[in-house]
Write a new protein. Structure first.
Lengths: 193, 223
């Protein structure tokens, strides 16, 4: 096949997502043969799975140690000089959270139940800019969706006007085409006779 | 490869915790050019396209309504700022986030157009952008897993393993799809065929700049 024909096929927007999905699939399959191993030397460390549960800690998978404002918890930043007070509030738990964790061994499995406590400082202190960006992506998506909703589904008058105009235009064009068609046919008939 | 080999001597850094924005002559130039373009776009008005009317001698003006104009200008300015941010970021994950933000803004800019062909191609582009989040973030995650860091400064000193190369290829595929380069250009190129020129142009401009920056980042990671 000529390259020009291939480019012409690719110029149809409909084929592009399919082509992209195909390429992605091929590369992901290639990924199976690439040797993969987790480098144990990570900056954002987590304890091994079930390690804290086996030790019987009250806030099992999320215990990072440390005392509030006294000693830092176990947190490892890339640039320690930019985050001097890192880890100082990692151990904070609200009074309600402390009470729940004292009576239940499963408190750590529900991170939502501890407002202000167990704050992941990796997320909000060292990598806070990422958090801002993530939420701004969501905000932009909501802005676009709500603008479209307000202007294209709630203002129905405009839509009706647009629809009427579109119907009128298309019927006008159809009528003109029909008239021209008949003219041409008549001309052809005359010529044939 | 070092920052210095690629972009010249480092003027300084902007530390935001672990995310350190660094400024080299190349990055600073790209950043300032994009901000100037964004400013020009912010103070300009949309063009009006003049089309020949079917079966008549008169012309038709294709205009952009006022509320649509305002929404497009807002999204175009945010898109310009996001691409400017991607120019000076010094963090791999941050770059992918900027890229995802630009992708959704590109769809937003053309979302209110009243031409079916443009909306159709924007929809197809949206499908690609959705698929792209897998290779983009997956690539960054694989690089993080194999090197243990996301900072470009540290990554540029680490030797690339096959896993890092695979992660970089995944990221490259994500960037190619999201910015609509070579084989995946059709859906994005069709999106511009509509009035409202200066705002539409930011779609094109952001992907051009992102590609330049992506090449720099991939060189930093791989060499």
């Amino acid at each position: 096949m000529k390259i020009g024909k291939i480019w012409n096929k690719l110029a149809d927007p409909k084929t592009v997502p399919r082509l992209f999905a195909f390429c992605l699939g091929v590369i992901l399959i290639v990924g199976f043969v690439v040797p993969m191993a987790l480098n144990p030397d990570q900056i954002y460390t987590r304890p091994a799975p079930q390690e804290q549960v086996d030790e019987g800690l009250a806030i099992a998978p999320y215990d990072r140690g440390g005392e509030v404002l006294k000693s830092p918890g176990i947190i490892n930043p890339q640039y320690p000089e930019n985050a001097r007070e890192l880890g100082m509030i990692t151990g904070y738990m609200s009074p309600l959270a402390q009470w729940v964790s004292s009576i239940s061994p499963y408190f750590g499995t529900s991170i939502y139940s501890s407002p202000g406590g167990l704050i992941d400082e990796v997320l909000y202190y060292t990598r806070g800019f990422d958090t801002i960006l993530e939420s701004s992506i969501l905000m932009m998506a909501f802005i676009i969706a709500s603008w479209l909703t307000i202007n294209y589904t709630m203002n129905k008058k405009d839509i009706e006007k647009d629809l009427k105009k579109a119907i009128n235009d298309s019927s006008k064009v159809a009528h003109e085409v029909k008239v021209n068609d008949e003219k041409a046919r008549a001309k052809q008939l005359r010529r044939d006779n | 490869m070092d920052f210095a080999t690629l972009g010249g001597n480092i003027f300084g850094t902007i530390p935001l915790g672990d995310i350190v924005l660094y400024i080299t002559p190349l990055n600073l130039f790209l950043f300032i050019v994009l901000l100037v373009f964004t400013l020009l776009i912010a103070i300009s008005k949309t063009e009006t396209q003049v089309e020949a009317t079917l079966m008549k001698l008169s012309n038709t003006n294709v205009k952009v309504g006022k509320s649509e104009f305002k929404q497009r200008r807002f999204l175009a300015v945010i898109c310009g700022i996001a691409s400017a941010g991607a120019m000076i970021t010094g963090d791999l994950f941050n770059f992918t986030l900027f890229m995802a933000l630009i992708g959704i803004l590109n769809i937003g800019i053309v979302s209110a157009v009243k031409q079916t062909s443009v909306l159709n191609s924007a929809y197809q582009y949206g499908l690609i952008a959705m698929m792209c989040s897998l290779p983009l973030f997956g690539g960054a995650a694989i690089i993080l897993a194999s090197t243990g860091t996301l900072s470009l400064e540290v990554l540029s000193q680490i030797q690339a393993t096959p896993m890092v190369v695979f992660g970089a290829i995944l990221m490259l595929l994500g960037i190619l799809g999201e910015s609509g380069v070579a084989p995946f250009f059709a859906s994005k190129a069709e999106m511009f065929r509509t009035p409202g020129s200066p705002f539409i142009v930011i779609i094109h401009l952001s992907s051009l700049f992102i590609i330049v920056r992506a090449v720099e980042i991939l060189l930093l990671v791989l060499w």
